[in-house]
Design a protein around this ligand. Structure first.
Ligand SMILES: *Cc1c(COP(=O)(O)O)cnc(C)c1O
Length: 371
């Protein structure tokens, strides 16, 4: 699904030099590379504050903590996401409230959000799934009208751009009150372990986010609030700072591979190819097909025999996860998400895909539908 060693080999000297510099310095925690990387992230996203942390899940939790929710407050999000989105909500004693997704873009359908807003609603938490932004025009408008906060889960969309109806362009993660991302190795900007970051334009929120990551302190050993311990290692920051320079190139390589898939697979009427939404660019964290009458397991098995990996992101919607049964959701509550869980299939997508590999994958998919 990904080729991390292949990507590393092309920038080995730069990365090795950056790693060695940190090791020689001994500044493994909050070294100067962390500050430098935060500055470069701010520049990349065109936002005033980037605060790094231990991973993307922590970023979501810390973002929520910074908004001072009371237990029982509600956070509206999508049932079609990775568990971390909902886990962060649940861990803080908040209630995940779902609005179903749109069947073609797979992101939260803004028209369903308003219907589930209550007096306890505090936050709207859209996820920019697979590399494409949710409908941020509508989400920011609803939040503005109802005085709600917006936290973006941009773990899969770093570098994606959203164009508002008024022509303003913003990067995913720099749109809501707080944006969150992950540097998990397979993400579009991945480190060599775990990492995450939060973004905000609000200086007060930025200070709060930062102090939460430092055990709730501004001055060492004085704790003004309950925090956590969540840091990006200096080594990871040094690696990420090298890779950030290549992120746009990496995202272009993914888009090119996606273009190849689009052209080569467009003739198969039992497959629905990923739709490009007009307002967002797509950075193809994944290339995800939807079955239209095709047998997903059959296709997976067939490709597996040809050594082509596939993945299902995600097989179970959040509202039907066993560990989350206390929220009382039932099968049938979010039919679009449930249908997607039963019909999506992701094929290999990364920065190192060669034409011969793409050609092999696509001809194999065609062979399956010929049988
Ligand atoms: C990867 C991911 C996360 C969590 O990131 P980690 O760094 O693995 O904790 C959160 N949300 C989404 C949508 C993700 O894809």
């Amino acid at each position: 699904m990904v080729d991390l060693p292949g990507q590393y080999r092309k920038i080995r000297q730069e990365v090795d030099a950056a790693i060695n510099k940190v090791i020689e310095s001994g500044a493994f925690i909050n070294g100067p590379e962390v500050t430098a990387f935060q500055r470069n992230l701010e520049y990349f996203l065109d936002i005033n504050h980037a605060i790094t942390c231990g991973n993307g899940t922590d970023a979501l939790q810390i973002a929520l903590m910074a908004l001072d929710p009371e237990p029982g407050d509600e956070v509206i999000t999508t049932p079609f996401t990775f568990i971390a989105t909902v886990e962060a909500i649940a861990l803080l004693g908040l209630k995940p409230v779902f609005a179903d997704v749109c069947p073609r873009c797979f992101n939260i359908d803004a028209s369903g959000i308003e219907q589930v807003i209550t007096s306890r609603t505090k936050v709207i938490l859209p996820v920019h799934l697979y590399g494409q932004c949710a409908n941020m025009d509508a989400i920011m408008e609803i939040a503005g009208n109802r005085n709600l906060r917006v936290i973006e889960d941009a773990a899969q969309a770093l570098g994606s751009e959203y164009t508002f109806t008024n022509g303003m362009v913003k990067k995913a993660g720099a749109i809501g009150h707080i944006g969150c991302t992950s540097f998990f190795p397979s993400k579009n900007l991945g480190c060599f372990g775990d990492g995450g970051a939060m973004f905000t334009g609000d200086p007060e929120l930025a200070e709060k986010l930062r102090s939460i990551t430092l055990h709730g302190s501004r001055v060492k050993y004085y704790h003004d609030m309950i925090g956590v311990n969540s840091r990006l290692d200096t080594l990871q920051a040094a690696i990420l700072d090298v890779k950030l320079k290549y992120l746009e190139k990496y995202n272009r390589a993914r888009a090119e591979a996606a273009g190849y898939y689009d052209r080569a697979l467009s003739g198969i009427d039992r497959l629905i190819l990923p739709k490009r939404m007009s307002r967002s660019t797509h950075i193809f964290h994944t290339y995800t097909l939807k079955m239209a009458g095709a047998d997903r397991d059959g296709l997976r098995e067939f490709l597996k025999k040809r050594n082509i990996p596939t993945m299902i992101y995600y097989p179970v919607p959040m509202h039907l996860q066993k560990g989350y049964s206390k929220y009382g959701y039932r099968k049938g509550d979010f039919p679009v998400s449930e249908e997607l869980c039963a019909s999506v299939l992701s094929i290999p997508m990364h920065t190192e895909l060669r034409d011969d590999q793409l050609e092999y994958i696509c001809s194999s998919v065609h062979d399956y539908f010929k049988t």
